[in-house]
Design a protein around this ligand. Structure first.
Ligand code: AP5
Length: 199
């Protein structure tokens, strides 16, 4: 089935996993990629690794942007993502939390290629807020608190929803209800991927 799909760099099929903050992108994409040996990268993790790297010239700037709940500009991210996809031995690659804006999507298309599809995890704001607050009790993340959560939701609405609309218009968006127990979301998430991938 993969032969008729849009391909990115080096014949890899990339599916974007998007959804509001706390919708379960990481929870679902990490478990599924481990189970089936798909390639996986999370934009947020790549950025946090950059912050933790004492040799990174961008650490301070990225840290300030994330602490404000805003989006890091595409040029700081797309090349790192491209390298992660190229390195992956798997033909299938799940990209978590990217692209979060049309500008990122455009840069990805230019530097990496066309994504196969986009899977969106959908849950109401109040569910997202309650999950993030709960995780904030132990995560130590600088953005899991009531000061930053509204800005993350706003950035999602303003910047990321237009990306979802673009893929929907192209017939390349599948929406999964993320307001359900983790196992149920997993089943629906895997079924969404099976529309595009054979596994
Ligand atoms: P990022 O790290 O991507 O965070 P996010 O998108 O805000 O989402 P989270 O990782 O918090 O949530 P998730 O959807 O992965 O859910 P999770 O599985 O963790 O980004 C952080 C920041 O980095 C951004 O604000 C931005 O500043 C920057 N950034 C990242 N990507 C960028 C990009 N492309 N461009 C520019 N800047 C970027 O689950 C959340 C919680 O809910 C967990 O505790 C989990 O256990 C629980 N949970 C999950 N599913 C369920 C369920 N079904 N039922 C009950 N609980 C559940």
């Amino acid at each position: 089935m993969v032969n008729s799909l849009y391909m990115s760099i080096e014949g890899k099929s990339v599916i974007f996993v998007l959804g509001g903050p706390g919708s379960g992108k990481g929870t679902q994409a990490i478990a599924t990629s481990k189970k089936y040996s798909f390639g996986y990268a999370a934009a947020g993790d790549l950025l946090r690794a950059e912050i933790a790297d004492p040799n990174s010239p961008n650490a301070q700037r990225i840290s300030e942007i994330i602490s404000a709940g805003k989006l890091v500009p595409p040029e700081l991210l797309v090349e790192t993502i491209r390298r992660a996809i190229v390195r992956s031995p798997s033909q299938y690659f799940l990209l978590d939390g990217f692209p979060r804006s049309l500008a990122q999507d455009e840069k990805f298309c230019a530097q990496v290629g066309q994504a196969t599809a986009c899977v969106m995890l959908d849950a109401p704001d109040e569910v997202l807020i309650s999950r993030l607050r709960k995780r904030g009790e132990s995560s130590g993340r600088c953005d899991d608190n009531d000061k930053v959560i509204p800005a993350r939701l706003e950035a999602y609405r303003k910047e990321t929803v237009p990306v979802l609309e673009k893929y929907e218009k192209a017939g390349l968006l599948t929406t999964v209800n993320a307001d359900a127990p983790i196992e149920k979301v997993r089943e629906d998430f895997e079924n969404a991927l099976r529309k595009y991938w054979t596994f």
